[in-house]
Design a protein around this ligand. Sequence first.
Ligand SMILES: [Zn+2]
Ligand SMILES: [Zn+2]
Length: 362
Amino acid sequence: MSDTTFKGWAGAKVEDPTTHLTLKEFTPKSFDPTDVDVAVRYCGICYTDIGSYQGEFGGIVEDRVCGHEVIGAVTRVGSDVKHLHVGDIVGIGAQTDSCGECEWCKSGQENLCSNNALTFAGQYIKGPSKGTPVYGGFANYWRGPAHFAVRVPDSLDPASSAPLLCGGVTVYAPLKRYGAGPGKKVGIIGIGGLGHMGILIAKAMGAEVTVLSRGQSKKDDALALGATHYIGTGEDLAADFKGHENSLDVIICTINPATLPIDQYISLLRPRGTIVLVGIVPAPLSLNTLPLIFKSVAVAGSVIGSPAQIAELFELIAAHPEAAPWVNKYRFEDMNKAMTDFNAGKAKYRLVVVNEENGGKL
Ligand SMILES: [Zn+2]
Ligand SMILES: [Zn+2]
């Protein structure tokens, strides 16, 4: 049995649960020797939180507390936890538990485990709390396995580090895997929460960045974020891409369109290039094999990142403070206003709720 209650922004059975959240007490998992308690100071809003409150991830949405870009101070440390101490600033991302036994867990790639718990919709996988619901960071406290709480370097600004925990590592992991760095040309499709971090991070890794986004309205931001080139897209991608064919080594596609004309984007890849999808496209892709074969290019996907990759990303941003995500801060008490603004596309480019009670700063 749990020894305490926390309070968090809970979902409800209403038409638009994301803007009618209610602040409720909830009982977290029991405190196990492998756990930490974290007084939440900041939590980013990610698109997946919206989906989870709306029921896209199944389970009982009522009383669910989302939030999976969590930053706070450790207030209690389980007796088996060696790497964290009371007072440490830590971050928790989209994953909060995994089997711990498989080849992926054992090699520090927990995000690839087929039996994992999501911070915004999951149930604990193992130990005494197996089967009990996970509660996320739109709350005053977070409790869970210390293994998934990553220490935040002292030099990082904690508020703008929150979005690195899900959105940031989601773009960092494939950039790293496919070799973004000096001498490489990276394309980022879309400038939203993920896309803006893709630009910042690819630039910090030393790559030359080209941004592809609809129209011209985000061109100034793209260049300010660190892009060298900007391609404004419209109805005719073939015309928009003229002169840019075979120019990019890695493309990260962060958008979620109903359909994706992937052949057009593949025309931008250099031989041996890779296009990585991190946003869900509902319609099946239609691919022509000839360009794949003749350019030896790959179409790939990528899912979040491991705790080790989050730690790596923290180090990268600590060394490149100019690459910290752009955030708009909202008081924790104004959660529904933050959600309303998020839904209205007002994030430039990530909304972060701030818990002043726990030492968060607006
Ligand atoms: Zn997320
Ligand atoms: Zn596993």
